[in-house]
Design a protein around this ligand. Structure first.
Ligand SMILES: Cc1cc2nc3c(=O)[nH]c(=O)nc-3n(C[C@H](O)[C@H](O)[C@H](O)COP(=O)(O)O)c2cc1C
Length: 167
């Protein structure tokens, strides 16, 4: 089936997932790959990518998702925190609120995505001011865990999910 991959990505993490999807599917069936150009999507199957901003998708993804009608939608995204499905499910629930009822959600995938060094520096400053604050240490540990993601394993898991759509 023809498909489109539309994503938004501020710092490049979500693009990595978008490319993994493209690699998992026949290239000749890909009718659009890139950020939304405002044109109506022609394919029924749409892979829609976002980065997490304040617990939901970024505003550009939000605007794009709201335009979709009668599509089969596969949502994919990255988040700085997490590494656990419960956290991702909460984000995905919030993201889905932007998808109209005429569409069908056919799959989802999320993984961690690295954050900018300024975030770690902010945490370090907080920790210096409050050395016993375990929450801040947790956030630093999470930052460091995120630093290598999305990695090959993340991409492989996504590819498996995408290939399974054809089964
Ligand atoms: C302004 C801003 C807000 C963010 N809010 C969240 C958030 O609420 N939860 C989270 O897990 N990550 C959050 N992040 C981290 C990004 O979602 C994460 O690094 C993502 O992988 C970025 O994807 P991109 O490289 O495709 O832009 C935020 C990042 C920025 C810059």
């Amino acid at each position: 089936m023809d498909y489109s991959i539309i994503y938004s990505s501020g710092t490049g993490n979500t693009v990595i997932l978008a490319e993994a999807i493209k690699e998992a599917l026949p290239t000749q069936k890909c009718k659009y790959f890139g950020v939304s150009d405002g044109e109506e999507i022609q394919t029924k199957l749409v892979f829609a990518g976002f980065w997490t901003n304040q617990g939901t998708c970024d505003s550009s993804a939000k605007a794009f998702l709201k335009t979709l009608k009668n599509k089969d939608v596969f949502l994919f995204g990255t988040a700085g925190f997490g590494g656990n499905q419960e956290y991702y499910d909460k984000i995905l629930d919030a993201v889905q609120e932007n998808i109209g009822l005429s569409n069908k959600l056919i799959g989802t995938y999320m993984c961690q995505g690295k954050m900018g060094i300024a975030v770690r520096e902010k945490y370090e400053k907080m920790l210096a001011e409050d050395p016993d604050n375990l929450n801040v240490q947790d956030m630093i540990d999470n930052f460091d865990r995120a630093a290598t993601h999305p990695d090959l394993t993340d991409c492989e898991k996504l590819k498996q999910k995408v290939r399974a759509l054809n089964d």
